[in-house]
Ligand binder design. Structure first.
Ligand code: EPZ
Length: 418
């Protein structure tokens, strides 16, 4: 298993471009199952999660062809409508094939995704709305067994603004008979990107980005030609790398308004942040104040930047109260940051971070999940010694060549086979 070694204490300066968004690309690739033929997706990041998605699409009789950041998906009628456990367990987002398969073929057998380090990750908010649209669904032997003649539109009110649940129902409702009104839906930019792609395929969909999405089902959809939006979580992570090292970093090929919750928090801390149409720049700052953060559905502070922001707060003047309101166990990075000397008291959904500039020391640490990996790397950049981050297969699920991007900004960081 590879490790990443960081020699910290250096200011990061310069310009770095963001890759395509993992959490947009995954639902987009699964939406191709709604229409046979050749789909073309551009700006697709090169990530392990994308590889896992290709594996599942290939299993469902789709040919995929990679050419740099372009991914072609040639969708044929699947011989098997099964998404097996040994593929789904590698990537929970595989559950996003359920809606498209049941809508297009009237049948699907998808392994339950199971939980992960950050939470139990149930899928009741995917299953119940599909039942409301007329699917017969049983859970047997660890699989979701779904059948439907043809889905029929209905009014769906989500208990929680679930991102994956919203995506699954958007895709399913696109081919249902009649109109589906979805209320209390997720408003993330990745939802908006999926809606744009579905519309380009012929779906009649409106309201994306608001709390209510209305879909008038059609009989057939056409193959997509779509460019994936930039990854706002990677953009925020890169900006935080500049901030925590007191550097001057400009992140390009991004959409500032997609992560303005982070930008506003950086400004509250005392950082000077400039924004253009497709770039954000953080200016040098050697002291910043601690601020509180509560994670929330978009446009609130993204849970996927909580761990990275916590690393910044370990170096702040004062105390930061960080409340994780989305996942029940997303403080796995706390004990690793504490091994580097951070003063953090985790209490269920809240972590209290008592900042101290220069209070971190290099140490061997272990990544526990995707965003925790990034948090540990940011913390390592702020120490003076050499930190080794183990189990970085977590990182490779969601960041394309992060060590190369940080190195281009002046970081002393390298990947080593271990
Ligand atoms: C998506 O996960 C993202 N993943 C996550 O990013 C992100 O953290 C999350 O949305 C929240 O923004 C992808 O897009 C592939 P949810 P998802 O359904 O769809 C509960 C990363 O680091 N819930 O909005 O699984 C759930 O337990 C990953 O890139 C139910 O109770 O998130 C959680 O507490 C991590 N029942 C909350 O809702 C359900 O049926 C948010 O889940 C579904 C969810």
């Amino acid at each position: 298993m590879d490790i990443i070694v960081i020699k910290g204490g250096r200011q990061l300066n310069g310009t770095v471009a963001t890759s395509g968004a993992k959490n947009a690309a995954l639902p987009l690739l699964f939406s191709s199952l709604l229409a046979q033929g050749e789909h073309v997706f551009d700006n697709v990041p090169r990530l392990n999660d994308i590889d896992s998605t290709e594996l599942l699409l290939n299993h469902l009789n789709c040919e995929t062809q990679r050419n740099g950041h372009q991914l072609k998906v040639n969708v044929n009628r699947p011989q098997s409508l099964v998404a097996p456990y040994d593929i789904v367990r590698k990537m929970r987002a595989s559950i996003l094939c359920l809606g498209p398969l049941i809508a297009r073929y009237g049948e699907a057998k998808v392994s339950l995704p199971g939980g992960c380090a950050i939470g139990s990750r149930p899928i009741n908010l995917h299953i119940e709305p599909l039942r409301q649209l007329g699917a017969e669904i049983d859970i047997e032997n660890g699989y979701v067994m779904a059948r439907a003649n043809r889905l029929v539109g209905d009014r769906i009110v989500f208990d929680f603004a679930t991102v994956g649940g919203t995506e699954n129902i958007m895709m399913a409702a696109s081919l249902a008979r009649g109109t589906t009104i979805m209320e209390n839906v997720a408003k993330e930019p990745e939802i908006v990107d999926l809606a744009r792609c579905l519309r380009s395929m012929g779906a009649k969909i409106q309201g994306e980005g608001s709390s209510v999405i209305t879909i008038e089902g059609v009989d057939e959809l056409q193959p997509a030609r779509h460019r994936v939006i930039p990854d706002r979580i990677e953009a925020g992570t890169l900006l935080l790398a500049g901030a925590i090292t007191g550097g001057d970093v400009k992140v390009t090929n991004c959409v500032p308004k997609d992560f303005d919750a982070l930008i506003n928090k950086l400004i509250d801390c005392g950082f000077a942040v400039e924004c253009g149409d497709d770039w954000v720049r953080v200016k040098p700052c050697d002291r910043w104040v601690a601020v509180d953060v509560d994670t929330a559905p978009h446009p609130g502070f993204p849970t996927d930047l909580q761990a990275q922001f916590m690393a910044l707060m370990t170096q702040a003047d004062g105390t930061s109260v960080i409340t994780e309101r989305i996942f029940e166990n997303r403080f796995m990075h706390v004990q690793e940051l504490a091994r580097m000397g951070a003063n953090i008291t985790p209490k269920s959904q809240v972590s209290v971070v008592r900042g101290e500039k220069g209070g971190l020391s290099a140490a061997p640490v272990m990544a526990t999940d995707l965003r925790a990996s990034a948090s540990l790397i940011l913390a390592a950049l702020a120490t003076d010694g050499e930190t080794t981050v183990n189990r970085i297969y977590h990182l490779d699920r969601g960041y394309e060549k992060l060590e190369e991007k940080l190195s281009s900004l002046g970081a002393c960081i390298e990947r080593r086979a271990n």
